[in-house]
Design a protein around this ligand. Structure first.
Ligand code: PMP
Ligand code: GLN
Length: 383
């Protein structure tokens, strides 16, 4: 007789992702979904048309394992244009099934049983799950709230590193806080990585969704870092097509080879007709406008929440704003759809420590009329 719960031990405790749980709750309660981060408008029409055209013109079979050459060329061009980072399109660029697969492949490639990976908490949920899948352990460094932003203690980062540490997993711009790591902070991370000879896996999926004129700095651009950094990007966020799942890795050849070794046995390949479409869009650089609209949506939501008396931290980037609800965040989020017809995400599930127990994440990547209606409803839950 098989055991009642066939799930392998190391995945116990991961259950259903908070995004799936909360999106299902939104549907069940007919609530406005400010939980899972996906835009409620489509990406640029030319991009959509290019994918339709690709399906019509026979881009429907397995693409090459590392991604079609046009897309790898476009990714290399993007890194060069924006960041002056040069990657060889044959050996240093890899197309993945979303950033999610890039993250999974990198973690599984570099960290196994007995190894440790340092993450900043709150951390994106797949980091913890993939570290556990590989049999490694995570060590979390807390991003502490400081006024209207978030900072980490470099000594805490140093203390989190042990002889078992294989990699630091960085996410900038950061989900869920909306923090953009600045040059000084990145230098601190880079210095520790160099001193302790660590790899850095840098999840930069929100690179183009920054506000107030802030610019994103890839850690690979810092002295000595290109050689030890795996940089991850995604078309989902850059072009508002989160369901397409086209992501990528840029890194030195020996790191790409390791990541590819794992990746080829996860999906092998994906998204044949989306790859040429994303290549065209990257070449055209048609992403600047998205951040401008998003900044207005951020202001609409954050101003509205503040007017209602919520303690809101205005993000520097991404799709998300954080509110301190000054009570248990999970309870608050489970009740919110019933009290107000709105769904949000308890950020506490992205922490190992209790630092996020009262923090809630609201997504503002929604049409202004939807945000306005959500704010009207949130009066019911105002402090
Ligand atoms: N990293 C972060 C920080 C994210 O927020 C997300 C989700 N949008 C992902 C990775 C996953 O990206 P993708 O949808 O391309 O798999
Ligand atoms: N990245 C999205 C978010 O943070 C969710 C993606 C998912 O559902 N896994 O909301």
């Amino acid at each position: 007789m098989p055991s009642a719960d066939p799930l392998v031990d190391r995945m116990r405790g991961f259950g259903t992702t908070i995004f799936a749980e909360m999106s299902a709750l939104a549907v069940r309660t007919d609530s406005i979904n400010l939980g899972q981060g996906f835009p409620d408008t489509d990406g640029p029409p030319e991009l959509l048309a290019a994918a339709v055209e690709a399906i019509r013109t026979g881009h429907n079979q397995y693409p090459p394992g590392i991604g079609i050459v046009e897309l790898r060329r476009a990714i290399a061009g993007h890194q060069r244009r924006h960041y002056d980072l040069d990657y060889d399109l044959e050996s240093e660029v890899l197309v993945t099934a979303g950033a999610t697969e890039a993250i999974a492949s990198a973690i599984l490639a570099f960290a196994g049983p007995g190894d440790e990976v340092v993450v900043f908490e709150p951390y994106y949920d797949s980091y913890a799950a993939c570290i556990a899948l590989g049999g490694a352990q995570r060590r979390a460094v807390t991003l502490e709230r400081s006024g209207n932003g978030w900072r980490f203690d470099p000594q805490a980062l140093t203390a989190a590193i042990s002889p078992r540490t294989k990699a630091i997993l960085l996410n900038t711009p950061h989900n869920p806080t909306g923090k953009v790591f600045d040059a000084a902070e990145l230098s601190q991370v880079a210095e520790i990585a160099r001193q302790r000879n660590l790899l850095v896996i840098s999840d930069e999926v929100y690179e183009h969704l920054t506000f107030d004129g802030r610019t994103h700095i890839p850690i690979a651009t810092l002295p000595g870092m290109r050689d030890r950094t795996v940089t991850i990007g995604s078309a989902g966020k850059t072009f508002s097509v989160t369901g397409w799942k086209i992501g990528w890795v840029t890194a030195p050849a020996r790191l790409v080879t390791a990541v590819r070794t794992v990746k080829q046995f996860l999906t092998y390949v994906s998204g044949a007709p989306f790859q040429p479409a994303v290549a065209q869009a990257l070449d055209a650089g048609s992403y600047g406008a998205l951040a401008g609209g998003l900044q207005q949506q951020r202001d609409l939501l954050c101003d509205g929440l503040a007017d209602l008396g919520f303690d809101v931290v205005r993000p520097e980037a991404t799709y998300f704003a954080t509110v301190d609800v000054q009570r248990d965040a999970v309870e608050f989020c489970r009740e919110l759809p019933h009290r107000a017809g709105v769904v949000a995400i308890p950020s506490s599930v992205f922490y190992d420590s209790s630092a996020g127990d009262t923090l809630v994440r609201f997504a503002f990547c929604k049409r202004p009329d939807v945000l306005a209606e959500a704010l009207r409803r949130l009066k019911e839950a105002a402090p």
